[in-house]
Design a protein around this ligand. Sequence first.
Ligand code: AMP
Length: 291
Amino acid sequence: MKHIETIKEMQSLALNWKRSGITIALVPTMGALHEGHLSLIRSACQAVQLHGKVVVSIYVNPIQFAPNEDYSKYPRTLQNDLRLCQEAGADAVFTPSNEVMYPSGNEDSNAPLRYSTFVSEEVLSKTMEGISRPAHFRGVTTVVNKLFNIILPDYAIFGEKDFQQATIIRRMVRDLNIPTQIIVSPIVRESDGLALSSRNRYLSPDERTQALCLSKALKMVQEKVSIQSFPAKELKEEIRVMIEKQPDAKIDYIEFFDPESLVPVVEVNTGTRMALAVYIGKTRLIDNAIL
Ligand code: AMP
């Protein structure tokens, strides 16, 4: 497995592969890899089969974090990540620095050298995560575009865990005619229901127990909606009462929406998607499910 840090080396390797007719699959991550990421790498291996190449990118993208968020304390575990990528069957791991991704140029004299091009999706990005984190998706779509141009993937694998993100990337690929097929891979959970996340390692043992309220809320609504439909307002209130029983839980949002358009629904049926974001202490967790 190759470990590549420069754009030049990554791009020329990808170009050589393409010229030899080799299929490429990309798994974009921010590292601190867990079983959820590894399931994406396995989907990538399946997509390209024996003769293709799988690239994992590990990059904590500063422009998708707001100044008050956890960019500087985000877990960075590169040596362990490299080992896991190798074991999961990756052919290359790309770990660019901020300086190669967003060159700052000379701030004093030479403004044109500074990084100044961004990609933004303007409809799906305005709800849920986009309300709580207004600059987040612009950062994500920009970095994913850059990674696509550097790695030239035929396939890119994203997790259903970040359902809104995957929907936005699909829209971006369609709107900008990017010749990459997007594959969305199911959420990997702990045996008690908690969705795996690099941010779970911020949780104390007590917070870890309280964090189960997200998956429990999804399960409760799934069971109710399997029998009959309910007004979204009524379900939101019921979940609010349930989650607020946890002493350190603070709801950011609970939403019921159409899975294609992400438009909120008034009446919740089977086929509606539910997503929620909840702070457990200082840690912000998200989860979602189809009902
Ligand atoms: P991150 O490193 O958090 O940016 O995540 C990188 C990719 O892994 C994204 O496409 C996520 O949706 C996906 N991912 C994160 N957690 C999980 C999980 N528990 N199950 C499946 N995919 C996941």
